[in-house]
Design a protein around this ligand. Structure first.
Ligand SMILES: *[C@@H]1O[C@H](CO)[C@@H](O)[C@H](O)[C@H]1NC(C)=O
Ligand SMILES: *[C@@H]1O[C@H](CO)[C@@H](O)[C@H](O)[C@H]1NC(C)=O
Ligand SMILES: *[C@@H]1O[C@H](CO)[C@@H](O)[C@H](O)[C@H]1NC(C)=O
Ligand SMILES: *[C@@H]1O[C@H](CO)[C@@H](O)[C@H](O)[C@H]1NC(C)=O
Ligand SMILES: *[C@@H]1O[C@H](CO)[C@@H](O)[C@H](O)[C@H]1NC(C)=O
Length: 496
C-alpha cells in the first residue's frame, strides 16, 4: 500500500518533469522562431564639408527602428583630398573622389542588403558659398556626385545642399538621439515618458566655413525668427538654431589675414599676432577672391595680385584682440539677447556638446577634460607664446599646416563662446568638448538620416511587439517553476 502510493507520486512527479522539459524546449524553439530574424538595416550618409568629405554607415535592428538610441555607427570613412566644392573647375573629380569610400562602405553591408541601403549626400557651407559665387558650378558638382553614387548598388536618395538651419537642427537631433535624452519607452508603464527639459542638450558645431548653435531656450513665446518646432515621439520641442556663414575656422583665418594685411597697406611683410614666432606664410592677395567671405574689395588692399608674407609674432593678447575685430559686436548695441552683427539669440541654457573643430582644437591643446575657464585661458595664452621652433620640435607628428593655427583657432573659439554666445565662468562648465557617444560621432549626418528615413516618428509609436516577449517570458518562467517543483517532489518522494 505504502509503496504503491510512493510509486504513484513518483510517476506523477516524473511525468510533470518530462512534460515541463518538452514544453520548455517547444517554447524556446517558438521564441527563437519569432525573434531570431530582426533583420539589420543600414543607411549611408556623405558629409560633404567645406574642407573634406566623410562617409558614415549606420545600422539598426528593423524591429526597433522607432526607439531612441538604437542606431549605431558601423563605419566612418574619410574621403581623400579636399571638399567637393574645391572641384568647381573639374566637377567629375568630385564624383571620383567618393569612390574609395563608397566601396569601403559597401564592404560593411551584406551583399543581399546593399540595394536596400538608403544613401544620401549632404553638402554644407563650402557648397553654400560656391552656390553663392557660381550656382551653375555648384549644380554641376552635385550632378557629378549624384552620377557616381548612382553607379553603386545602393538606394540613392539624393545629393543636396543643406541650409545652415537644417545643419544646426540635425546636429541637435543627433546629439540628443545619441545621448538618449529624447523620450524613452517605459515597458513597465507601457508608455512613452515625457522627457525632462533639463536632459535636453544643446549642440555647438564648428566647421571650416560655418558654425552652428542649437538649443532649447527657457520658456515659450519669445519672438524668435529662427526657432523651429519639431514633434518627436509625441512631444514637441521648440529649439533656437543659428548658422553663421563665413564663421567656420578656415574662413575666419582668411578673414583675419585679410584684415591684418589691410591694416598695414602696401607692406609686403605683415605681422601676424596669432602665428608662432619664427613662422612665416606667404599668401597671394588674389586668393581672397576665391571665397565670398573675403572677396569684397577693400580700398586698403592697394596691390590686388601681389604676395604678402605673414610673420608670426606669438602675441597672445594681440591675437585675441585681432580675432575680436572679426565680429561686429557694436551692431548689437546694449542688447543682451544679441550675439554680433545684430543676430538675435536667447540666453544659452542647459548643457552643450561642442563637437567637430571645437573638439579637435581643444583636444590637441588638452582642454577637453572639463578645465575651468581660467585654466583654459592660461593654457591658451601660454601655448600662443611658444615659438615655431619649439612647436615643430615638440609635435613632429602633427600636420605642419595645422600646427601654427591652434593659437588663432583657440582664441577664436573663446571669443565665439564667451563674447558672442555669452557663456560665462559658470555656464562654461556646461560645455562638453566631445566628438563621440559610444562608437558614433556627433554631427548632423545621423539626425539627417533619421529624419529622411522617418525613423523619428512624430507620434509616440504603437508598441506592438513589446507585449509579446513578456508573455513568452511569463510562459517560460511558469514552465521552469513547474519543472523545479516537479523535480523537488520527485526527490522528496525518494527521500521519504
Ligand atoms: C514605426 O512607426 C511608424 C509610424 O508611427 C509605423 O508605421 C511603423 O510600423 C513603426 N515601426 C515599428 C517597427 O514599430
Ligand atoms: C561658373 O562655373 C562654370 C563651370 O565651372 C564656368 O564655366 C563659368 O565660367 C563660371 N562662371 C563664373 C562667373 O565664374
Ligand atoms: C557694425 O554694424 C553697424 C550697424 O549695423 C554698422 O553701422 C557698422 O558700420 C559696422 N561696423 C563694421 C566695422 O562693420
Ligand atoms: C597634451 O598632453 C600630452 C600628454 O600629457 C602632452 O604630451 C602634450 O604635449 C600636451 N599637448 C599640449 C599642446 O600641451
Ligand atoms: C524632417 O522631415 C520632415 C519631412 O519628412 C520635415 O517636414 C521636417 O521639417 C524635417 N525635420 C527637420 C529637423 O528638418
Amino acid at each position: 500500500m505504502f509503496g504503491d502510493k510512493k510509486h504513484f507520486s513518483r510517476a506523477i512527479a516524473g511525468a510533470l518533469v518530462a512534460l515541463s522539459i518538452i514544453a520548455l524546449v517547444l517554447n524556446l524553439v517558438r521564441v527563437e522562431d519569432v525573434t531570431l530574424p530582426p533583420t539589420v538595416k543600414y543607411g549611408m550618409v556623405f558629409d560633404a564639408g567645406s574642407s573634406h568629405t566623410s562617409l558614415f554607415v549606420y545600422e539598426w535592428d528593423s524591429d526597433k527602428e522607432n526607439s531612441t538610441g538604437v542606431v549605431s555607427q558601423t563605419l566612418a570613412c574619410d574621403v581623400q583630398g579636399q571638399g567637393i566644392s574645391s572641384y568647381a573647375s573639374d566637377p567629375p573629380k568630385a564624383g571620383d573622389s567618393l569612390r574609395e569610400c563608397l566601396e569601403h562602405g559597401l564592404e560593411a553591408v551584406p551583399s543581399a542588403e546593399q540595394r536596400n541601403v538608403p544613401a544620401y549626400l549632404g553638402a554644407t557651407a563650402g557648397m553654400r558659398l560656391l552656390r553663392e559665387q557660381n550656382s551653375s558650378a555648384a549644380a554641376q558638382v552635385l550632378a557629378e556626385v549624384t552620377k557616381t553614387m548612382q553607379e553603386y548598388p545602393v538606394a540613392f536618395k539624393g545629393a543636396q545642399i543643406l541650409t545652415g538651419e537644417e545643419e544646426a537642427a540635425y546636429g541637435w537631433i543627433t546629439t540628443n538621439y545619441l545621448l538618449d535624452s529624447f523620450t524613452k519607452y517605459s515597458p513597465r508603464a507601457h508608455t512613452w515618458l515625457r522627457p525632462e527639459a533639463a536632459n535636453i542638450l544643446g549642440a555647438l558645431d564648428l566647421g571650416g566655413a560655418s558654425t552652428q548653435i542649437s538649443f532649447m531656450p527657457e520658456g515659450p513665446g519669445v519672438n524668435w525668427n529662427e526657432s523651429s518646432t519639431f514633434t518627436l515621439y509625441g512631444f514637441s520641442y521648440s529649439i533656437y538654431t543659428h548658422s553663421y556663414l563665413c564663421y567656420g575656422q578656415n574662413e575666419m583665418l582668411r578673414r583675419l589675414a585679410k584684415e591684418l594685411i589691410a591694416e598695414s597697406p602696401s607692406s609686403t611683410r605683415v605681422a601676424h599676432p596669432c602665428y608662432p614666432k619664427g613662422y612665416t606664410e606667404t599668401i597671394s592677395l588674389s586668393s581672397f577672391r576665391t571665397s565670398p567671405c573675403t572677396e569684397r574689395s577693400d580700398p586698403r588692399l592697394a596691390l590686388p595680385d601681389s604676395n604678402v608674407t605673414l610673420e608670426g609674432r606669438g602675441d597672445a593678447s594681440g591675437c585675441l584682440a585681432a580675432v575680436k575685430k572679426l565680429f561686429n559686436f557694436s551692431a548689437c548695441g546694449q542688447r543682451q539677447d544679441c550675439t554680433f552683427d545684430g543676430v538675435y539669440q536667447p540666453p544659452v541654457r542647459g548643457q552643450f556638446i561642442a563637437f567637430s573643430a571645437f573638439y579637435y582644437n581643444f583636444k590637441f591643446l588638452n582642454l577637453t577634460k572639463g578645465q575651468s575657464l581660467a585654466t583654459v585661458r592660461d593654457i591658451i595664452q601660454h601655448f600662443c607664446t611658444r615659438s615655431w621652433e619649439d612647436l615643430s620640435a615638440s609635435y613632429p607628428r602633427e600636420n605642419p599646416a595645422r600646427l601654427p593655427k591652434y593659437c588663432a583657432n583657440a582664441n577664436y573659439i573663446l571669443t565665439l563662446l564667451l563674447d558672442a554666445y555669452k557663456f560665462n565662468e559658470t555656464s562654461w562648465n556646461n560645455i562638453f568638448f566631445q566628438m563621440k557617444a559610444g562608437s558614433a560621432d556627433f554631427g548632423w549626418t545621423l539626425g539627417y538620416m533619421l529624419n529622411l528615413t522617418n525613423m523619428i516618428p512624430a507620434e509616440a509609436p504603437a508598441w506592438v511587439k513589446g507585449q509579446v516577449p513578456s508573455l513568452w517570458a511569463a510562459a517560460v518562467t511558469f514552465i521552469v517553476l513547474t519543472l523545479t517543483l516537479g523535480l523537488a517532489a520527485l526527490l522528496l518522494s525518494f527521500w521519504l
